[in-house]
Each structure stands twice: as C-alpha cells, then as structure tokens.
Design a protein around this ligand. Structure first.
Ligand code: 13P
Length: 243
C-alpha cells in the first residue's frame, strides 16, 4: 500500500500570523502514521523550517536559475526546506497558460533539485459533460508525467476543475473510475506504478473525507480551502489516518 499523504495547498492565502496553524497541526499530529504536507505561499516557506510537517512550494520554474523575473526555481525551494512542489495545478494551467510539456519540465526540475513533484491533472466541466474525461486524463498523464518519475519523486493529484473551490464533489464512483484509470496508466508505464500515490482534490472537507478515502486507489487528498485552518485540516487528516 502506498504511504498516505494529506497535502494542503494554501494557494495565495496566508501571512506570517497564520504560521500558528502549521504549528498547531504539527503538535496535534506529531505521531501520525501518514505524511502531512503544507504548501504555503513561497514567502512563508523559509519560516516553516524546523516544523515536523513536510513543506512544499506551489510552483517552480523549469530552469535552475537565470533571467526569469518573479519566478522561483525548484533548487531555491529545496534550499529553504521544501521537500515537495506542486506542478500543473489547474489554476497555473489556466491563469498562466501552462501546457503539459511545461508541467513535465517543471516536474523534471523538481527531480533535479531532489524534491517530489505533486503533478496535478483533471478535466473541466465541459470535458466531463462531453464524456471525454478519461481521454483528457490520459493526455495529461502522458504529457505531464516525465518518463523519469518514480515512487519517491512523484505524487499524482486528480483534481476535477469543476470541483475546485465549488463545494461540488464527484460521486465516489466517478472518483473510483478516474483513480483506477490513473493507476492502470502508472502500472503500464512505471515499474513501481502500483506504489505511486494518487491524491484526490476538489472540495474535500471533514464531512466528505472518510467517504473519499474509502475509494480504491485514493492515497490521500490535496486540499485547498479546508487546509487553511488547523481545525478543519485536522479533521481531514484524522479521517485519512483512520482509513
Ligand atoms: P479546494 O479544496 O478549495 O476545492 O481546492 C482544491 C485544490 O485546488 C487544491 O489544490
């Protein structure tokens, strides 16, 4: 069984005053049998050094350094204590025009820096309604997940775009179908594909977490809004610990 992972993506939320949420979580889940990751905004990452939780970035540039004003490299994230970085989040894909090729290059940059890429993918509502979900997922997996992916350097996050921040969650059957598809793809491409973690993301909260964690091939969650407060995220972590 892959080791479970509860990951919080704070997106563009959080000031230094909010670091107490991370301290509270670390204290509450000090002996947790699962991995717990917080991806705060980049300016807060260095201040998280010393916490017992894993800390990650939300994006990185494909290059190690250079003339890329405003960008941050994976090596820089690693340098201030990050051990993970999210790549290909749908908000990056839509706000910044990131293609599968760019996402793959960013993920390779993470590997080169020795950190784990949480590679995100998921269909839009129009794609789901058109019945093309699985082919969209297949294209994104093929294009975004580098051939050098391993169980150590890669986590996949399935996040249906229409479920992010909307309170709408796919049915458990819909989640099961996509996760089984992703698992089959990983098994076909990678020797250790059966151990690679596949997270579900999109409107996960304490009240729906246990049901989602009961779905086969759901190895954890990537949580946005409900990861901002220790009390809310703790409920989700507790459900994953119990699953
Ligand atoms: P919400 O949990 O706020 O729906 O966000 C999910 C997400 O995008 C995590 O990366």
């Amino acid at each position: 069984m892959p080791r479970k992972l509860a990951a919080g993506n704070w997106k563009m939320n959080g000031l230094r005053a909010n670091l107490t949420e991370i301290e509270t979580l670390a204290e509450r889940h000090a002996d947790s049998p699962i991995d717990i990751l917080i991806c705060p905004p980049a300016p807060l990452i260095a201040a998280c050094q010393g916490t017992l939780l894993d800390i990650g970035g939300q994006d990185c540039h494909p290059a190690t350094s250079g003339a890329h004003t405003g960008d941050i490299s994976a090596q820089m994230l690693a340098d201030v204590g990050a051990t993970y970085v999210i790549t290909g989040h749908s908000e990056r894909r839509s706000d910044h025009g990131e293609t599968d090729a760019i996402v793959a290059a960013k993920s390779e940059a993470a590997y080169a820096a020795g950190i784990t890429a949480v590679i995100c993918l998921g269909e839009t509502l129009a794609e789901r309604e058109a019945g093309t979900t699985l082919s969209v997922i297949d294209t994104q997996l093929t294009g975004s997940v580098p051939a050098t992916a391993t169980v150590q350097n890669t986590v996949i996050a399935y996040e249906p775009v229409w479920a992010i921040g909307t309170g709408k969650v796919p049915t458990l059957d819909q989640i099961a179908e996509v996760h089984a598809y992703i698992r089959a793809h990983l098994n076909a491409r990678f020797d250790d594909g059966n151990k690679m973690r596949i997270l579900y993301g999109g409107s996960v909260k304490g009240s729906n977490a246990a049901g989602i964690f009961g779905v086969p091939h759901v190895d954890g969650a990537l949580v946005g809004g409900a990861s901002l407060k220790a009390d809310d995220f703790s409920e989700i972590i507790t459900a994953l610990e119990a699953s």
